[in-house]
Design a binder for this molecule. Structure first.
Ligand code: NAI
Length: 420
């Protein structure tokens, strides 16, 4: 078994933490039990490029329980939990290529190492495996072996849809992000809580009474804005989409252009999936002491090279916090090098929400295995039946029952003739 991890010595801590996460992942746990019996993934080679966290470890265990040969590499250089990587290698005999804090070169070497196993299925969080397989540098025979892939996040799905639209996508993808039981919950409640968790762990900031600017009022932004308000912040939202901006207004937030918002901000968080949301003109008018973080997928939302250019000094203020001193003496604090702050400075999403996201991943892989010959090279939604099954199982795990339609109600809802 090939692997490249920091050390195997951390395996006991990793195992303890993976087991703890599993307590909050009852849906995935029930899928794992079924997979153990039915072995629907027997002999399938799966390469996953995900944040190497306790929740991912439970997904990898599930794929293995289903009979797959699975390996995992990191989907972000700063998100790997080295103890989890150790336990996957030592306790589960799963190949891991991930070390926290690697440079870009090693990051891509790890992706290539995962692809060396010649996967039939790729599982991405940000389309790294797909991009690598489509690049000219990669052995062209590798992509021939791939049956299909899955994609975990908004930014990845957007990229894959543009590849499909241009006719260059060479194998089918299931957009796990777009399942309702994924983005309604993971992006909103998961990112909402864990982004603030990362910021608080990194800074020990009291959120109450601060002015927090949230850039982007999508699924993630809604979550962060509502959680920040819950902690007592005065929240300002910035948007480029009039509908989303209007929604933020009616949800009770102030909405204004970023150039105005930054002048009031104590803390700014970007969650747009866009580039240079914070740039030169914004750095120039930020208050002394402003804290900046990003929780969107790539580290491009804040123009960090420009921040560097405007600064006369850069240092470390505390772990995960860099301080940039501008020519006029103002200090700006950047958390987690502008990478996903919830994963860089905290543990990522809580397990309970990843339970649903990764249940969708596991069931989508099973769906691919069962229907492997029926796909075209495009981006597919997760089948509605999977989405509904995940919601049903999660409710069951919470011990919550809901009503079912009576025969009369079914007839009424399906009929246009019954007007009264
Ligand atoms: P979304 O598409 O629902 O929302 C993005 C919003 O940003 C949209 O409303 C868009 O109009 C707005 N926007 C775009 N450019 C903007 C700009 N220049 N200024 C202000 N607003 C702008 O996407 P979602 O699901 O909220 O995801 C956002 C990002 O977070 C993506 O990169 C996604 O991959 C990532 N993500 C991060 C997670 C984490 O663990 N931190 C978890 C899930 C997603």
């Amino acid at each position: 078994m090939n692997y490249d991890i920091k050390t195997t010595e951390l395996a006991p801590t990793g195992k303890q933490r993976i087991d703890w996460a599993n307590r909050f992942m009852p849906v995935l746990d029930s899928i794992r039990a079924r997979f153990e019996n039915e072995r629907p993934l027997e002999g399938l080679r799966i390469a996953a490029c995900l944040h190497v966290t306790t929740e991912t470890a439970n997904l990898m265990k599930t794929l293995k329980a289903g009979g797959a040969e699975a390996v995992v590499c990191a989907s972000n250089p700063l998100s790997t939990q080295d103890d989890v990587a150790a336990s996957l290698v030592v306790d589960e005999k799963i190949g891991v290529f991930a070390i926290d804090g690697v440079d870009t070169d090693t990051y891509y070497k790890h992706i290539d190492a995962a692809l060396d196993m010649q996967p039939a299925i790729t599982m991405d969080d940000g389309a790294d495996l797909v991009s690598r397989l489509h690049s000219e540098e990669t052995n062209p025979s590798l992509i021939e072996q791939v049956v299909a892939g899955t994609e975990e996040t908004t930014t990845g799905v957007i990229r894959l849809r543009s590849m499909a639209a241009e006719g260059v996508l060479r194998y089918p993808i299931i957009a796990v992000n777009d399942a309702d039981t994924k983005h309604f919950f993971d992006n909103r409640y998961g990112t909402g809580q864990s982004t603030l968790d990362g910021i608080i762990r990194a800074t020990n900031l009291l959120i109450a009474g601060t002015t927090v600017v949230v850039a982007g009022y999508g699924w993630c932004g809604r979550g962060v804005a509502s959680r920040a308000r819950g902690l007592g912040a005065n929240v300002i939202v910035t948007e480029v989409n009039p509908l989303r901006a209007l929604e933020a207004v009616m949800d009770g937030f102030r909405v204004m252009p970023m150039l105005e918002a930054v002048q009031e901000a104590d803390l700014i968080v970007t969650l747009t999936g866009d580039i240079h949301v914070l740039r030169k003109e914004h750095f120039e008018v930020m208050k002394d002491g402003t804290i900046i973080a990003n929780s969107g997928h790539f580290d491009v939302e804040i123009d960090i090279p420009m921040l560097g250019k405007l600064s006369v000094d850069k240092g470390s203020a505390r772990p995960y916090v860099d301080v940039y001193t501008l020519a006029d003496g103002r200090k700006l604090y950047l958390i987690g090098e502008g990478r996903l702050v919830n994963l860089a400075a905290a543990e990522g999403h809580p397990a309970s929400v990843m339970d649903m996201s990764f249940a969708n991943q596991a069931l989508s892989v099973e769906y691919i295995a069962k229907n492997r010959d029926s796909f075209e090279n495009r981006v597919y939604d997760v089948p509605k039946s999977i989405d509904e099954a995940v919601a049903q199982l999660k409710l069951q795990a919470f011990g919550i029952e809901i009503d079912t339609l009576t025969a009369e109600q079914e007839e009424y809802l399906n009929s246009w003739e019954m007007g009264t």
